[in-house]
Ligand binder design. Structure first.
Ligand code: DAH
Length: 344
C-alpha cells in the first residue's frame, strides 16, 4: 500500500480522535462527526480517493479506511451517549427545586364591612321569606319621587339633595324606587328586599355622597304596623344583641302613612345613656311606615284590599353602630389596617 496514503490515514484518525475527545457539547461533537464522516468529510474523501490507487492495493486500502470509519463511528456514538447524559444531568440540576423551602405567602382577603353587613341583613330577612330585588342606580324622577307620592313641587324633595343627570333622569337618592318597580311587575303578596347604592349631595362624618341602603316592602291582605314592629324586633335581636329593644317614633315620609322613625336601644351602653346616644339610651336606625295608599294606587294595587309596610335603612349606619366605626369615610379609604379588622 502507498506509504504516504497510509500515513495520511493515521494522521486523520488521530486528528479525529483528538477533536472528538475535546468536544464539550453534543453540538461540537456533531461538528467533529461531520468534519470527518460527513459527505464532504476527511474520511469520506479518503474513500473517494480509492480510485486513484493501484488496483492491487485497493482491497487493503479500502479495508483500512473502513476500519478507521467504523472505529470513529463507534467512538463518536459512545461519546454522544455520555455527552447526552451529562447534558441532561446539568439541565436537571439547573431546574432542581427545593420542595422543603417555605412558599411565598398570599394574603387572604376579606369581605368589605359594607358587603358583610349587607349580606347579614339579607340573611336575616331572607330567613323571614323576603326576596332580593335590585333596581337601577340611574333612575327616572318618576320612580325616585313622583310615584312615591313626591310630586315636583313637594317640599319633601328638598330633604334629599339630588344629583340630576338630565331633566327627568337622576342618580337615585333612595332604594325606595325599587318598591314601585317591583309592584308594577308583581302582584301581592309581596315580601321584597332591595339593597343598593344611593347618591346624595351630602358630606360629613356620618354622610357621604354615595352610600348604601336596604329597602324592605311587604304588601298583603291585613298587614299592620304591629307586623312591622314584630319583624323589626327580630331584626334588632339578630343584628345587634339578643337584649336589643326597638321603639317607633312618629315621623313623616311622603310614601308612608303613618310614618315612623325606628330606634334601637343604644348599641354602646345598652340603653343606660352614653355619649353615642347623647344620653337618651336610643339610636335611630331606620325609617318606616305603612305604605301610603296613593303609592299602592300608583302601582295598580287596590288599597282597600291590600295594605303594606315599608322600611329603609342606611347600611353604613348599621355597620357603624354594629362595629363602632366613627367616620363614614373609613369605608371608602381602603386602608388595609381598617379592612383587616373585618377578617373572619
Ligand atoms: N327612603 C327613605 C330615606 O332614604 C327611608 C325610608 C323611610 C324608606 C320610610 C321607607 C320608608 O321604605 O317606609 O330616607
Amino acid at each position: 500500500m502507498d506509504e504516504i496514503k497510509n500515513e495520511a490515514m493515521e494522521t486523520i484518525l488521530q486528528e479525529a480522535e483528538g477533536e472528538a475527545e475535546k468536544a464539550e457539547s453534543s453540538r461540537a461533537l456533531y461538528e467533529v462527526k461531520m468534519k470527518f464522516l460527513g459527505r464532504t468529510g476527511k474520511v469520506t474523501a479518503l474513500l473517494k480517493s480509492m480510485r486513484d490507487i493501484a488496483a492491487e492495493q485497493r482491497p487493503a486500502f479500502g479495508k483500512r479506511v473502513n476500519d478507521i470509519r467504523e472505529k470513529l463511528e463507534t467512538m463518536i456514538a459512545d461519546l454522544e451517549v455520555k455527552m447526552k447524559k451529562r447534558e441532561l444531568e446539568k439541565k436537571l440540576a439547573g431546574e432542581q427545586i427545593d420542595v422543603t423551602m417555605p412558599g411565598r405567602r398570599r394574603e387572604k382577603g376579606a369581605l368589605h364591612p359594607i358587603t358583610r353587613t349587607r349580606n347579614e341583613l339579607i340573611d336575616i330577612f331572607a330567613g323571614m321569606g323576603f326576596e332580593v330585588f335590585e333596581g337601577p342606580e340611574i333612575e327616572t324622577e318618576y320612580y325616585n319621587f313622583t310615584a312615591l307620592n313626591t310630586p315636583a313641587d313637594h317640599p319633601a324633595r328638598d330633604m334629599q339633595d339630588t344629583f340630576y343627570i338630565t331633566d327627568g333622569l337622576l342618580l337615585r337618592t333612595q332604594t325606595s324606587a325599587g318598591q314601585i318597580r317591583l309592584m308594577e311587575k308583581k302582584r301581592p303578596p309581596i315580601k321584597m328586599l332591595s339593597p343598593g347604592r344611593v347618591f346624595r349631595s351630602d358630606d360629613d362624618a356620618t354622610h357621604s355622597p354615595m352610600f348604601h341602603q336596604m329597602e324592605g316592602l311587604v304588601v298583603d291582605k291585613g298587614v299592620t304596623l304591629c307586623d312591622l314592629q314584630g319583624m323589626l324586633d327580630e331584626f334588632a335581636h339578630t343584628m345587634f344583641a339578643a337584649t336589643s329593644k326597638t321603639r317607633l317614633r312618629p315621623s313623616y315620609f311622603p310614601f308612608t302613612e303613618p310614618s315612623v322613625e325606628v330606634d334601637v336601644s343604644c348599641t354602646a351602653c345598652g340603653g343606660k345613656g352614653c355619649p353615642l346616644c347623647k344620653g337618651t339610651g336610643w339610636i335611630e336606625v331606620l325609617g318606616a311606615g305603612m305604605v301610603n295608599r296613593r303609592v299602592l294606587e300608583n302601582c295598580g294595587v287596590d288599597p282597600d284590599e291590600y295594605t303594606g309596610f315599608a322600611f329603609g335603612m342606611g347600611i353604613e349606619r348599621i355597620a357603624m353602630l354594629k362595629y363602632g366605626i366613627n367616620h363614614i369615610r373609613l369605608f371608602t379609604e381602603n386602608d388595609v389596617r381598617f379592612l383587616q379588622q373585618f377578617k373572619d
